[in-house]
Design a protein around this ligand. Structure first.
Ligand code: DOR
Length: 424
């Protein structure tokens, strides 16, 4: 017996169109799409008035397993992904041990498969132990299933190491995923070097700490012909450097987070350490530049940078608390409310940024609902409004400065490989 999603508005982010179509799922595949498909013999799932999207894809998640399972596990992180409408996620290598060996890459993929909530694509470390000196075995890690390489959480300080990484990744057709941070400039800072830092008497991280490394790695990508992908871009000058690189034909892609699109460092005064993230929330002009970069295609995908921490961690005060926000369970409704419901961008464009483009850049399946392909599908309700309540998160992390916001466009149903993995 198949399952028929009946009466929904199906979003096609490739053509930009939205059409009233039924979608028939059989096994783990999409078996048919069409207006008014016959429903005899099928289990009917009524989705009239809702949007049917290809499963969302998050290119940047911290799952914390192995090593910090008190903060998150592969099970709770992928459950949070499903609740947020994500059917595939890429996870970062700053685990303990660091994801710098094949067996860890395999463990993460197999554990995610065992849990069954979402497909997890590990991004393996560039350097062993994230120490910035010695390259990992890229070929072996790629064979084990790594979709890219990153030392995320830390910048690769040596340009020579980065250049070698780019050459090695190019030969394997994999992107280098850059956490851009020059530590001689961030130098132990905890928030953006701006007005809030001054008022609160905190050590600042200047925008240049991020921009100089982005500029450096664009130059190295240009010279080597490798593909460089910039994580969580935040300053205006970095957006400009990426735009200029793309204009010259450099293979540089970039992601932006919901928090850098929606918040500034002014939040520190209300939220304290709950507004501490790396790269930091910056000034209003930076936020506006990120939005412009998103709208003109310079920043071509959304990444949550889901970074769960415990309540005790975040209670240590702004200077001492760890960096990061959870994001999997709020990012779609946050951006739907801020950009789609307000008329800044069409729904199909948001879905392209949150599914089609990450699939394309990281070489993943999905990004479009098509007959004969895996049934990874997210249904969202444009009318359902709800308050962000961290106590309800599936993630073990509750650390978000978006608590209490009233949002629309929540996922109501997530189907992964034909199975319902979330239903509200
Ligand atoms: O805010 C952040 N949290 N930024 C990072 O680069 C790392 C991440 C984490 O692992 O907590």
């Amino acid at each position: 017996m198949g399952r028929l999603l009946k009466g929904g508005q199906v979003v096609n982010p490739v053509t930009g169109s939205i059409a009233s179509l039924d979608v028939l799922l059989e096994g783990n595949m999409v078996a048919a799409m069409g207006a008014d498909l016959a429903h005899t013999d099928h289990e009917v799932i009524e989705v009239t008035g809702q949007y049917v999207l290809p499963g969302l894809i998050d290119p940047h998640v911290h799952l914390r397993e192995p090593g910090q399972t008190h903060k998150e596990t592969i099970a709770t992180g992928t459950m949070a992904a499903a609740a947020g409408g994500f059917t595939q996620i890429c996870c970062m290598p700053n685990t303990a041990p660091v994801t710098d060996e094949e067996q860890t890459v395999r463990y993460i993929r197999e554990e995610a498969q065992r849990c069954g909530y979402a497909t997890v694509h590990p991004i393996a470390a560039i350097t062993t132990g994230l120490r910035g000196t010695e390259l990992t075995d890229f070929a072996a890690l790629r064979r084990a299933g790594a979709v890219g390489f990153s030392d995320d959480g830390r910048g690769v300080q040596s340009a020579a190491v980065m250049r070698q990484a780019l050459l090695t990744a190019k030969a394997l057709a994999a992107p280098i995923v850059v956490h851009a941070e020059d530590e001689t400039l961030s130098a132990g800072g905890c928030v953006h070097a701006g007005e809030a830092a001054q008022r609160l008497g905190l050590r600042g991280i200047p925008s240049s700490a991020e921009t100089v490394m982005i500029a450096r790695d664009i130059i190295l990508a240009e010279e080597t012909g490798a593909h460089v992908h910039m994580c969580h871009v935040s300053p205006e000058e970095a957006v400009a450097a990426i735009r200029a690189g793309q204009g010259r034909g450099v293979r540089v892609t970039a992601e932006v987070t919901p928090h850098h699109l929606l918040l500034t460092d002014a939040e520190l005064e209300t939220w304290g350490a709950l507004a501490k993230v790396n790269p930091p929330l910056r000034a209003e002009r930076d936020r506006q530049a990120c939005i412009r970069g998103l709208l003109d295609g310079t920043l071509s995908m959304i990444a949550t940078d889901h970074a769960p921490h415990t309540e005790q961690d975040k209670a240590r005060g702004i200077a001492d608390a760890p960096f990061g926000f959870v994001g999997l369970e709020t990012s779609f409704p946050l951006l739907f409310t801020a950009f789609v419901a307000s008329g800044v961008m069409p729904l199909a464009e948001l879905v392209r940024l949150m599914s089609t483009e990450p699939a394309r850049v990281f070489g993943l399946r999905g990004g479009q609902i098509r007959v004969g392909e895996w049934a990874d599908i997210t249904v969202i309700d444009p009318r359902q409004t709800r308050v962000v309540n961290p106590a309800e998160f599936r993630s073990k992390g509750r650390n978000t400065p978006f608590a209490g916001r009233v949002l629309a466009g929540w996922p109501t149903l997530t189907i992964h490989a034909g199975r319902t993995v979330f239903a509200s």
